[in-house]
Design a protein around this ligand. Structure first.
Ligand code: G6P
Length: 612
């Protein structure tokens, strides 16, 4: 939801800002802009459309200067247009700002500012900020921000440039991410770590309402009252290559190919070989101690999008292995339905970015109720990682494509590990059973590799089905959840209307949509439910549906009932959601490729949804 960057130093700012924006474009890509101080004024360049539009304008009329801010937008208030693009300035262009978030009380502020003579040009909520800063400007930006920030309701990450103090940028945040870094030629601001990796792997994180004064020679941090704070840099392991396409046509394809490594890298820090060559958890790898594990009465999982699907799978696993009643909540719904959070609940949030606004809000709701919270996230130092009582990281590396792939499988690995750990601590799983279970988990990386390497199956099918208008995924039990994730992949990037249905539910209405040639993907990996699936497949076949079945290697009965089978390597039923996800992702990818959509940046979407 919008990416922001800032640079002040001895190098030319424009190329640095543009490179930073290109690494953040996954956050929003309907318009972009920069403001650079050219020695006498803040020159603003902005353009509707992808970053390449802005690049074209800059090439036609370059802007020289060593300090500036930039923005890539995912529109919320005001349609994508040149005027609504950021940066926004005050009336005489002395202050320029870029913003990620939503100023919820902007209407009221705007009316008050108009009454004081301010003239607004855009329809955005953001434009109130430069006008407010100008109106209350004391001659010191720090002092002014201390006065102005309490007037803003909602969420914001802001970077501010001003003519008055042209070498210095200011930035601040509330509920929207912001990171800072230093390099030998200057200082940098960004919404996310990948934009800084080219310059540094030591990043500074801001807390809500912190203000940073960013100068070429260094960064100073202040709290909301203006007291200076010291901050330690956080070292990140990701390197710049991890945020590049590395020869793949798209980030999504690269990230699918990274799944075997993501699965391995997520599990490896959690396990070790113990006595009698048996796998076990490393000491202190799993954060909940035995006493707390036994005190848990129920688990509530909250997340959005693909992470929510991980939660749905995890519900079955926590209940089956650890015997803990578990509910799963879409984070954007959770706090608006007066949820009942009982004492001794464990509240788990799952978030690749760790910055999804709704997930953070759900986490805070749980914390207010005083229950223990645990975050599963891919980003070290992200908001959910910092705010939850416990955190377990996935080690997938940066995920750039909007459609989540490697994050899904690695989040799922953590959930499987956590469920087993709780099961052992609660006396529901023996050490020997754990060793077998971890052994199976340890095999998943190699099995994922087999699926990734057989991508031609899905590429071929996509070529055949490229023109379809709709399709279905059906499955039962865990497969019904795998269907939700596979359907999401297909629709979000290829724009084929796809519905996921529990196979037994199809006949209660949706079956009426199946006609001659309708594509129905039937995921059938749950051994005890194969017969039931065969019945549901027959219901589809007699109505003319074309059925592709996703089955395990050893499955023999379904083949004669369907038009095609896609096989996954053998594994216990419980782990199939990880493996079955891969052909689903590959099919989505190749369908999108055939249909010529913008795979890494699908229309209307953004990767990091930091607004409600
Ligand atoms: C966006 C992304 C999805 C992602 C969801 C939750 O909608 O496009 O791919 O699953 O946000 O993101 P999170 O970072 O919280 O996992």
């Amino acid at each position: 939801m919008c990416g922001i960057v800032g640079y002040t130093g001895s190098e030319q700012a424009t190329p640095i800002l543009m490179r930073g924006l290109s690494r953040l474009e996954y956050r929003g890509y309907d318009s972009a802009g920069i403001a650079v101080y050219n020695g006498s004024e803040l020159v603003v360049k902005k353009a509707k459309g992808k970053l390449s539009e802005l690049a074209g304008r800059i090439e036609a009329a370059p802007v020289a200067g060593c300090v500036g801010i930039g923005h890539t937008r995912w529109a919320t208030h005001g349609e994508p247009s040149d005027i609504n693009s950021h940066p926004h300035t005050d009336g005489d262009g002395a202050i320029a700002i870029v913003h990620n978030g939503i100023i919820e009380n902007y209407q009221e502020l705007k009316e008050a500012l108009i009454a004081r003579g301010c003239v607004f040009r855009s329809e955005t909520d953001t434009e109130v900020v430069p006008h407010l800063i100008r109106t209350y400007y004391t001659g010191s930006m720090l002092e002014t921000l201390i006065r102005v920030l309490p007037m803003l309701q909602g969420s914001f990450a802001l970077a501010i440039a001003s003519k008055d103090d042209p070498d210095t940028l200011y930035c601040t945040r509330k509920d929207s991410p912001l990171v800072l870094g230093k390099t030998d030629h200057g200082s940098l601001i960004a919404s996310d770590i990948p934009a800084l990796l080219e310059y540094t792997r030591d990043v500074y994180l801001l807390d809500d309402f912190d203000i940073a004064r960013v100068r070429p020679e260094g960064i100073s941090f202040y709290d909301c009252l203006g007291n200076e704070k010291t901050k330690e840099a956080m070292h990140v392991d990701w390197d710049v290559k991890a945020a590049e396409k590395g020869g793949y046509a798209h980030f999504m394809l690269k990230e699918i190919h990274e799944e075997p490594a993501a699965i391995h890298n997520t599990l490896a820090p959690l396990i070790e070989i113990g006595r009698a060559n048996k796998l076990r958890f490393r000491k202190d790898a799993m954060p909940i101690n035995e006493e707390d594990a036994n005190a848990i009465k129920n688990i509530i999982i909250s997340a959005c999008g693909t992470s929510y699907h991980v939660g749905m799978v995890s519900r079955f696993i926590f209940e089956k292995l650890a015997g803990i009643p578990t509910q799963v909540e879409i984070a954007s719904e959770f706090r608006y339905r007066d949820p009942i959070i009982q004492d001794n609940s464990l509240f788990i949030v799952i978030s690749q970015s760790g910055e999804t606004a709704d997930t953070i809000a759900a986490l805070r709701e749980a914390k207010n109720c005083g229950v223990k919270t645990l975050a599963i996230t891919n980003v070290v130092g992200s908001t959910v990682a910092r705010e939850a009582d416990y955190v377990i990281y996935t080690w997938a590396g940066p995920e750039i494509a909007v459609a989540s792939t490697k994050a899904f499988v690695s989040q799922q690995m953590v959930a499987y590990a956590l469920a087993a750990d709780l099961a052992v601590k609660r006396g529901k799983m023996t050490e020997d059973e754990l060793a077998d279970y971890l052994h199976e988990m340890d095999q998943l990386s190699a099995k994922a590799q087999i699926l990734v390497d057989s991508w031609e199956i899905q590429a071929h099918a996509a070529n055949h089905f490229r023109s379809i208008r709709n399709s279905f995924y059906i499955g039962r039990h865990l497969d019904a959840i795998s269907c939700m994730e596979a359907a999401l992949k297909l629709k979000e990037i290829s724009y084929v209307q796809t519905e996921a249905y529990p196979a037994g539910e199809l006949k209660h209405g949706t079956l009426s949509l199946v006609e001659d040639g309708t594509l129905v993907c039937a995921i059938a990996t749950q051994t005890d439910l194969i017969d039931k699936m065969i019945s549901n497949i027959k219901e589809v076949k007699v109505r003319g549906g074309y059925v592709i079945a996703f089955v395990k290697e050893s499955e023999t009965r379904i083949e004669s009932e369907v038009d095609e089978v896609w096989r996954i390597p053998e594994c216990p039923d419980i782990f199939t959601p990880i493996l079955v996800a891969i052909p689903g992702q590959l099919f989505g990818y190749y369908m999108a490729l055939e249909r010529g959509t913008d795979i890494d940046q699908p229309r209307n979407l953004a990767k990091s949804v930091t607004v409600e």
